[in-house]
Design a protein around this ligand. Structure first.
Ligand code: MG
Length: 305
């Protein structure tokens, strides 16, 4: 349960959006939009570094590449052994940024409380933006619009906090919407292996295995104080996460306005300079307040001629 500063319980409406196979999909769409006819999502293809250097690795793969047993992170020469016909593309970070921004701009139509968690993941706080619809209605609409207008698929997780929404979006992929509300934790999350828990480090897994903690449910039911004794703050956090507890806010920034100004109409003409200065000062105070709020600066220009 989440409480506001007055201590009232307040269920939040949180969405986590995760682009399916982002680097490969975005690069595929960008190629198609730039005159190419081959959709690299439909062939065995990978996004990777420079294949002539042995250091190049697979950063993303198409579904067909996956069928050849190619995995993310493996060297490109190894991928080519598995599938000699594989097409390797270098990808382009500028393209990823462009499509990430397109997604963000579309999401801004639904809420201004958006946390860009990574280039292809966002948290949305929809609590104050649902009007008469449900979170699920909004998710269906967003997913459809992203498909139709931007050309790629997303997984969406719905819940009352960020952790659960994030865990939900990671369930079956692609192009799926999942819920993981507190009442569903036991049935949907507790049977998962411990390594699937958000923020659980790889080094922690063998330690938990030694304590006979193998599933998220095992961790949730373990003695919290024992975990704190053994892992400190991190132990408290992992116990809370296993129990679906997360009070962290969606961290968003207001989009700065294009320009900031202020004006007033006086009841009568003012001839007195001192009085005019007072009025100007008030106007300037308002403008600078907003400038500070958005962390913006201004420079002077010739205003009066
Ligand atoms: Mg993703």
């Amino acid at each position: 349960m989440f409480y506001n500063k007055f201590g009232d319980s307040m269920d939040r409406q949180i969405m986590h959006i995760d682009v399916n196979n982002a680097f490969l999909s975005w690069f595929a769409i960008w190629r198609l939009n730039n005159g190419e006819t081959l959709d690299i999502r439909e062939i065995p293809a990978v996004i990777g570094g420079d294949e002539t250097r042995r250091a190049g690795i697979v950063l993303a793969k198409s579904n067909l590449a996956k069928k050849f047993g190619i995995v993310t992170g493996e060297p490109l020469y190894q991928a080519r052994k598995k599938c000699p016909a594989i097409k390797v593309f270098q990808g382009d970070f500028k393209v990823y940024r462009e499509y990430s921004n397109k997604l963000y701009n579309l999401l801004l139509e639904y809420t201004d409380k958006i946390e860009r968690f990574s280039i292809d993941e966002c948290f949305l706080d929809m609590t104050e933006y649902l009007m008469n619809s449900t979170l699920l209605d909004k998710a269906i609409e967003i997913q459809k619009r992203v498909n139709e207008e931007l050309g790629f698929t997303v997984n969406i997780g719905l819940s009352s906090n960020k952790l659960l929404a994030k865990m939900a979006s990671d369930f079956e992929k692609p192009n799926k919407i999942h819920t993981l509300y507190p009442r569903e934790i036991e049935s949907k999350m507790w049977s998962l292996p411990i390594g699937e828990l958000f923020m659980l480090g790889r080094k922690t897994i063998p330690k938990l295995y030694n304590m006979h903690i193998k599933t998220i449910g095992d961790l949730a039911k373990y003695d919290k104080n024992e975990l704190i004794k053994k892992f400190g703050k991190h132990g408290k956090m992992m116990w809370e996460y296993a129990n679906g507890i997360d009070n962290s806010e969606v961290i968003y920034k207001y989009e700065p306005p294009k320009s900031i100004g202020n004006s007033t109409t006086l009841a009568k003409d003012v001839q007195n300079l001192e009085e005019l200065n007072k009025i100007l000062l008030t106007l300037a105070e308002h403008v600078t307040f907003r400038l500070r709020k958005y962390n913006m600066v201004a420079r002077s220009c010739k205003c009066w001629t």
